[in-house]
Design a protein around this ligand. Structure first.
Ligand code: TYD
Length: 133
């Protein structure tokens, strides 16, 4: 499962007036985007996530500041520190993931190939492990 996880380097247009990055549906993001959401004003020491998705795939970008994304494929755990706005972390379906170590004023942008549906979440780690077998 981890072989699908990778960092996507997004276009970066450097300019002395300020840098610019972007992504286009399906071109830089390896799926059709159905939804974008963002996480901000995270109090120090707080964790977000702590679940897996049944079919949803996503790309996580630290638009501002930094945070860690901890992924678990049911066998091993890997930590990805995101701290550049032109790097996206691709996370496929059925990976347990949480986010932590948010810096002050960090901004996490997540784009996903599915609309929000509560049934899409696996929130119980034991259930996740059982489904991975
Ligand atoms: P949740 O995904 O559980 O947050 P996290 O995993 O980061 O702790 O979402 C928190 C709440 O927001 C939950 O009640 C569902 C709601 N929500 C939506 O309504 N739409 C969305 O696109 C997202 C991501 C969450």
């Amino acid at each position: 499962m981890f072989q699908q996880v990778h960092i996507i380097e997004l276009p970066k247009i450097p300019d002395e007036k300020g840098n610019l990055s972007f992504f286009e549906n399906s071109k830089h993001i390896p799926f059709d985007i159905a939804r974008a959401y963002w996480i901000y004003d995270v109090p120090g020491g707080e964790k977000r996530g702590g679940h897996a998705y049944r079919i949803l795939q996503e790309v996580i970008i630290a638009l501002s500041g930094s945070f860690d994304v901890i992924l678990n494929d049911g066998k091993e755990e890997k930590k990805f520190t995101l701290n550049r706005s032109y790097y996206g972390l691709y996370v496929p379906k059925m990976i347990w993931r949480h986010m932590e170590n948010f810096s002050t004023n960090s901004l996490a942008l997540i784009v996903a190939d599915q609309p929000y549906r509560a049934e899409e979440y696996i929130r119980d780690f034991e259930e996740f492990i059982a489904l991975k077998k």
